[in-house]
Design a protein. Structure first.
Length: 177
């Protein structure tokens, strides 16, 4: 009888442990600025269009407290944190699975990020939010079906370390017209 109780206990512990792994995976979606972590919730891809082989798609990734109800520019509502990338891709409807780099000259070429910044105190009720420029670094993008895994290692204009990861789907918005 003791063996049966022991086996059931081990099975129960293993089952509970598996559930915790799923929760910790979602908590890996983080924006980290100088060691302070902000949990990420969602993101958008805004397609501004382009020409054959070169397209401008902007990526915004938001923390808890910010919702994006539709595909209009400036639709984000609420309060929280946001990281933004103006990216150049070879595909008209999604980001390439490559490493993108911030280009100080802001040249429009596949794999370049021409504008990149973040905000720690976004408030949709405030007209002029305080965005902070990100001056250098790389963003790795891996697309699998409708899911993206995006990681970044960046440096802000004041030398702050900005790292993070987002894995999940992104709301796609074609605003090129």
């Amino acid at each position: 009888m003791k063996k049966i109780i022991f086996v059931i206990s081990v099975i129960t512990l293993c089952a509970c442990s598996g559930g915790d792994d799923n929760n910790s995976a979602s908590s890996n979606n983080l924006l980290v600025v100088d060691g302070v972590e902000y949990p990420l919730k969602s993101g958008t891809l805004l397609n501004y269009g382009g020409q054959s082989g070169l397209y401008n798609i902007d990526l915004d990734i938001y923390t808890l407290g910010i919702d994006v109800p539709d595909c209009t520019e400036g639709a984000a509502v609420g309060q929280g944190q946001n990281i933004y990338f103006e990216m150049w891709t070879s595909e008209p409807d999604f980001l390439d699975s490559i490493t993108y780099s911030i280009d100080e000259d802001e040249s429009e070429a596949v794999g370049n990020i021409t504008v990149c910044d973040y905000i720690l105190d976004f408030d949709s009720n405030v007209e002029d939010n305080n965005w902070t420029i990100i001056s250098s670094g790389n963003v790795d993008v891996v697309k699998s079906g409708n899911n993206y895994t995006i990681t970044w290692n960046l440096t802000g204009l004041e030398g702050e370390a900005i790292t993070g990861r987002y894995s999940g789907t992104l709301m796609y918005c074609d605003i090129s017209n």
